[in-house]
Design a protein around this ligand. Sequence first.
Ligand code: SAM
Length: 285
Amino acid sequence: MAAIDGLPPLRAVIAAHGLSARRSLGQNFILDLNLTARIARAAGDLGACDVLEIGPGPGGLTRGLLAEGARRVVAVEKDPRCLPALAEIAAACPGRLEVVAGDALAIDPAALLHPPVRVVANLPYNVGTELLLRWLTPPVWPPFWQSLTLMFQKEVAERIVARPGSKAYGRLSVLAQWRSDARIVMTLPPEAFTPPPKVQSAVVHLVALPAPRHAADAAILGRVVAAGFNQRRKMLRASLRGLAPGIEAILEAAGIDPTARAEEIPIEGFCRLARLLAAGAAHRP
Ligand code: SAM
């Protein structure tokens, strides 16, 4: 690891490469290498894993991942200004860092990764939720990743791990917890970043379950949850009306009070409903 330790401090890297932070790219850098090492450790044992990092920026977390022993890191960065700084890290760790220049929303890096794969990222806030939703809803399960260790605004992190009955419980909570174990492993104040964002941040660690907690068709469950939480103040008999004729009777058959609201329904209840909707659709002419 000595070669990584020999790299210049991140402030010097930023100055040398003119990496003034751009808000349009969600650039809030972490310059404290002790902190990036802690985030890397929160991802679990990296030694036998390929790591996908989105948005390495000047490479603070990338260095942490490599120093903590990641077998290989594939890092996708949209800002071409960061590429020379990342090339210096790659040179210090021959064969262990592959930098992909481009937009993480447009690139599928799966072909570059060898299982087992862990995803670790201080995500750009403007694309973080979209990327998480994609990782949570792949065409087949288990997904390409074994775990996701991701920085979010604290409020988004709380939505991911929220339990039924709480204000934060919503579509993200159901989709995340249906097929993974999700917990907040770290909370960070704005001052941990340069420049500091306006909000607190938190790291969420999600571990993919080998199979969903409860049987359900992913697409139907996705539609039920989207409809239920899009109009979360409405009773389910109203918010889900468009999903199938006779929704009130279907809710009752699923053991759900039609006057309840989506935020009261545990994941198991949504899955029961999705199964009944699938069975009903199969019988409808
Ligand atoms: N990982 C670095 C750190 O922890 O200091 C930087 C994190 S910063 C919050 C987000 C990074 O994501 C920036 O480097 C930004 O250029 C990059 N980024 C923004 N949008 C992106 C996208 N669509 N695809 C890939 N990278 C993106």
